[in-house]
Design a binder for this molecule. Structure first.
Ligand code: PLP
Length: 416
């Protein structure tokens, strides 16, 4: 049975989580979106059109790569990687935005808005808007605008308007609130391209649907490469879209363990991390259109969060993953900033791959566990994106003095 059958008749609910918690004024727009997406889903030609678009435009299917050197170095399980970093625009985000572009076109809308944290979703949305001919505005926390300068540069070149958000902590959750405000005033011509499997129904389901392309491919590819399914699948979790994307390929195979890897930051404690489930610091609440676990105090005030990876720095989490965790189907773990720095060094040096800092959280947990497994065991890590965008943060994180100055000078001369 699919997660999206809603057997108890509560559409958009995963156990007690999910739902549609929005101002009344948005109810007709969200209903219109729900109906349009339901129609797309029922139409086999729609999925076909989507797959063909992703093949011709984003290089799908992305390959899986066997990390032989890293596996030998660790001396345990054989490690495979699903290469979402090889997508156009450098991450899995494009899977979601191109799909929503098709939905937007079917809705007859001509303008898209989006929130962005690490900038990857904004960059992907600006790309999609250029391709489909939509007007585009991106909301981004002012702190993130500063730390993800190259993505801002490209979004603007691609024709999007980037609006820095100076409310609150000036990060992702503030950008989401601002995007919702925009939507309320421009519903007639505007589609809100939500970037992760969060927010009001139908977004968690719709984003999961498009990201399921990762898991569908990976399942077939693992069977072809090793003749069986992996024992474990690791994915990092910000909002939770790349994780639910790859996990959907293996949900009905109980022998495959699914591990969601959160941002452990500086470790447990208020303001130090974004590990909603792994550190047990979060509680159930309703915000940003959905019911799920949030990092918040007892009055519902959101905690500040911290991660070395801007894309994981978020207070809430995908309600579907929370439900799967409560059902015992998904295990949550976290990697700290320090573990991520170590893992990144190791992956770069042994394999010549540069995963995004977000994706490196999945590598870090896998690297910690692989040596405890036998050499006959097989694990799969989702490399959600490539690390080029993180050049400033990585230079700083790896404490590379000389390069840090060089990069700062370059950034200044390029307008940052
Ligand atoms: C945005 C992003 C993430 C986090 O988002 P999810 O919705 O949790 O997948 C992870 N990795 C990369 C490379 C990203 O750009």
């Amino acid at each position: 049975m699919s997660l999206f059958d809603f057997p108890d008749g509560r559409e958009g609910y995963y156990g007690p989580y999910g739902g549609t918690f929005l101002p009344e004024i948005l109810s007709s727009t969200i209903e219109e979106l729900r109906a349009c997406f339901a129609e797309c889903k029922r139409d086999p030609a729609f999925w076909q059109e989507y797959v063909e678009l992703m093949e011709s435009y984003s290089g799908r299917p992305t390959p899986i790569t066997f990390l032989e050197n890293l596996s030998n170095h660790l001396g345990g399980a054989r490690i495979f990687v699903k290469r979402e970093d090889l997508n156009h625009t450098g991450s899995h985000k494009i899977n979601n935005v191109m799909g929503q572009g098709l939905v937007c076109r079917r809705l007859g809308k001509t303008r898209v808005i989006a929130e962005t944290g690490a900038g990857q979703h904004g960059y992907a949305t600006a790309t999609m808007a250029a391709r489909f001919g939509f007007r585009c505005r991106i909301y981004m926390g002012a702190v993130d605008v500063a730390r993800q300068r190259p993505n801002v540069f490209w979004m603007e070149r691609l024709g999007a308007e980037v609006v820095p958000v100076t409310d609150g902590q000036q990060t992702l959750k503030d950008a989401i609130n601002e995007a919702l405000r925009d939507w309320v005033t421009h519903m007639d011509d505007t589609h809100y391209v939500l970037g992760t499997a969060c927010g009001p129904h139908p977004f968690p389901e719709m984003v999961s649907y498009f990201q399921s392309i990762i898991g569908r491919e990976a399942r077939t590819q693992m069977l072809a490469a090793v003749g069986r399914l992996p024992d474990r699948v690791y994915a990092c979790v910000g909002g939770g879209s790349n994780a639910i994307g790859i996990f959907q390929g293996f949900l009905d195979d109980p022998e495959v363990e699914l591990i969601a890897c959160e941002a452990g930051g500086r470790g447990p404690g208020r303001g130090n991390h974004a590990a909603r489930i792994a550190y047990g610091d979060a509680s159930v609440g309703v915000a940003q259109g959905m019911k799920t676990f949030f990092l918040q105090d007892e009055h519902g005030n959101m905690w500040p969060t911290h991660s070395i990876a801007a894309g994981l720095d978020y207070i809430g989490v995908n309600p579907i993953l929370v439900h799967l965790w409560e059902e015992g189907r998904v295990r949550f773990d976290a990697a700290t900033d320090d573990q991520v720095r170590e893992a990144l060094r190791l992956v770069m040096r042994t394999e010549g791959l540069i995963p995004a800092l977000e994706s490196t959280h999945a590598f870090a947990v896998a690297i910690a566990e692989a040596p405890k497994l036998g050499t006959d065991e097989v694990i799969l890590v989702n490399c959600s994106g490539r690390g080029d965008k993180d050049i400033f943060t990585i230079a700083e994180a790896l404490d590379d003095e000389g390069w840090r100055h060089f990069i700062r000078d370059k950034a200044r001369s390029y307008g940052a």
